[in-house]
Design a protein around this ligand. Structure first.
Ligand SMILES: [Zn+2]
Length: 102
């Protein structure tokens, strides 16, 4: 929930208020309704005190923890990677997939 509140504060703090055109510093921010990744939010502009209701889509949470093992594995991979992305992702030098039947 803290992540969501911080996201919404940041989201509105970087947008101009439709009433006063100044960068909003929300004086109040309330989530009125929520469904999956969508929120209905009432925001009070810290500059002109107008209240507006917005519908905001939250980004899917991509917060993952990277372990020391992950860092070591990437370090080992990069030590030996020759830069051949086509080969890495399974494409032949002619752009075709090696799995494609002739
Ligand atoms: Zn305003």
């Amino acid at each position: 929930m803290q992540y969501e509140q911080r996201f919404l504060q940041h989201y509105f703090a970087h947008r101009a208020c439709p009433s006063c055109q100044k960068t909003q510093r929300p004086e109040a921010l309330f989530v009125l309704a929520q469904r999956q990744h969508t929120r209905v939010v009432m925001v009070t502009c810290g500059g002109c005190h107008h209240r507006r209701i917005f519908v905001v889509s939250l980004p899917a949470s991509s917060a993952t923890t990277i372990s020391q093992h992950d860092v070591r594995a990437m370090h080992s991979f990069l030590d030996t990677f020759n830069g051949d992305f086509s080969g890495l992702f399974g494409f032949n030098s002619d752009g075709g997939s090696p799995l494609a039947a002739d």
